[in-house]
Every structure is written in C-alpha cells, then in structure tokens.
Design a protein around this ligand. Structure first.
Ligand SMILES: Cc1cc2nc3c(=O)[nH]c(=O)nc-3n(C[C@H](O)[C@H](O)[C@H](O)COP(=O)(O)O)c2cc1C
Length: 248
C-alpha cells in the first residue's frame, strides 16, 4: 500500500458537511489537480463552473432533489465544452463540423468525467469528502439556462465537496471474478454462487449501516433501477441537440 492507494480504496461518497467552506486555495488546488488529468487528443474539452451564488445553488438543489448540496463547502458543475475550441478556429478557416459529432461529444464526456474523479480523489487526499451528482440531468435545460451555457457545451455532472460531517460505511464492490476477466468476457448467470454471496454481503451492509437501513440485495437494486421512471431524463437527447451536439 501507499498513500495514493489508501486514498483510492477508502472512498465513500459524503452527503453531510460541516459549515466550513473551502478556501480559495483549496478550490484552486482541486481545479489544478483536475487540469492535470489525461485529456482526449489533448483537447481539454471541458470547463468547470464553481457555483457560489446561494440563489443558483437553490435551483440546483431543486433540480437534483439533493437539498444538502447547499451546505457543501463548495459546488462544481463539470461541463462538456467544445465551444471554447470552436472559438479558436478562425471563421474563414477549416470547418468545425467535427465538433458537433458523437465522437467529440464522447471526448468531452470522457474529459469532464476523468476531471471529476481527479477532483474527488484530490479532495479525499486533502481530507475532504464529496458526492458526484448525475441528477443535474433531471433538468439539464434548466441548468444550461441557469449558468448561461453557450452552444457546444453541456452540464454533465455536479460535484458537492466539503469537510465531511459523517463517516459512512464503505459500500462493498462486486467480487473481482464478476467484473475483471482475462482475454475475453465471462458471462454471468443470476444463480452464480459468487453473485449470490455478494447479494448477501450487500444485504448485511444495508442492515449494518448507520443510516437509511433497508432490506436490499445488489440484484434487487439493479432491478429497481430498471423500473425507475425515465421520464425526467427523456429530454436529454433533445437538449444535447439543442446545444448543437449530434446534429448534421
Ligand atoms: C456519474 C455518477 C453520478 C452520480 N450521481 C449521484 C447523484 O445524483 N446523487 C447521489 O446522491 N449520488 C450520486 N452518485 C454517487 C453514487 O451513488 C455512489 O458513488 C455509489 O452509490 C457508490 O457509493 P460510494 O461512492 O459511497 O462508494 C453518482 C456517482 C457517479 C459516478
């Protein structure tokens, strides 16, 4: 073990924070750590917006349903950004059609996501805790309007970060034989004994944890995810197209 591995393997999402805000230096350090993450084709196709305005945080709290984000020490929105690179190309020069493609959308998603995890891990190495929020996509258009996002950008993830005021139990991950294969995919059946044992482990985890105890297995959790109402995410494709992605 080394300090990096210790940090990575101690991860848990934090949803309760002390009222201590992050300092400007801490925020700067986190953004600098994100900037040093790998970036597809060295195109740096993401931007980070720090949201500090309480009125804007209240809107994000409404969009995500996570009212506790207003108590976080800091809040970031991680934005897929091909707009900046489009601005670099002189109008008379080469076409920028490529920037509207699925390929470039994916590249922006890769960049923004990898940068997000860099902030999570950098924060944890500094004694901070965080939760990534895909739930800003409950109303991506509202977030776009809130932050005045230009074409060829998209708000991908929120990130609440701060000084932890809880120490939740770690959620046990899948046994490696179910997710790490050699030289080819290993198909799974629902009665696999390793999966059955993992379901039992997850049941024990939900029984033992300090808050939100419930009867749960991993299999049941995945089935409930299938049944989740997709209604509030139904407009994502339209919103992406409105932003100029995935259009000819
Ligand atoms: C892309 C992504 C989106 C997420 N969105 C949310 C979210 O909207 N709200 C939330 O409470 N947690 C969110 N999470 C956190 C996951 O629920 C959490 O990582 C998972 O339950 C495992 O728990 P752990 O991080 O404590 O190990 C998200 C995580 C990822 C990677």
């Amino acid at each position: 073990m080394n300090p990096t591995l210790t940090t990575l393997m101690a991860h848990r999402s934090i949803r309760q924070f002390t009222d201590q805000p992050l300092t400007a230096t801490e925020v700067d350090t986190l953004v600098t750590a994100a900037q040093h993450a790998p970036t597809s084709t060295f195109s740096q196709q993401y931007s980070i917006i720090s949201v500090t305005d309480p009125a804007k945080l209240a809107v994000l709290s409404d969009v995500t349903g996570h009212h506790w984000l207003e108590q976080a020490g800091h809040y970031f929105i991680m934005v897929v950004d091909q707009y900046r690179n489009q601005q670099l190309v002189p109008a008379t020069a080469t076409t920028t059609a490529n920037l509207h493609s699925l390929d470039k959308l994916l590249a922006g998603i890769f960049d923004a996501t990898i940068a997000t995890e860099a902030i999570v891990t950098a924060g944890e190495s500094m004694g901070l805790g965080s939760t990534i929020m895909g739930s800003i996509l409950n109303d991506a258009q509202r977030v776009i309007d809130l932050l005045d996002l230009p074409p060829l950008t998209f708000p991908l993830l929120g990130l609440a970060i701060g000084h932890p005021d809880e120490q939740p139990e770690q959620k046990p991950r899948l046994p490696q034989p179910l997710m790490h294969f050699t030289n080819g995919y290993q198909r799974l059946t629902a009665d696999d004994p390793t999966l059955v044992a993992y379901d039992r482990l997850i049941t024990d985890y939900y029984h033992a944890r300090g808050s939100h105890q419930r009867e749960e297995t991993f299999t049941h959790h995945i089935i409930s995810e299938m049944n989740r109402d997709p209604q509030n995410r139904a407009t994502i494709l339209t919103t992406l197209q409105h932003q100029g992605f995935l259009v000819d």
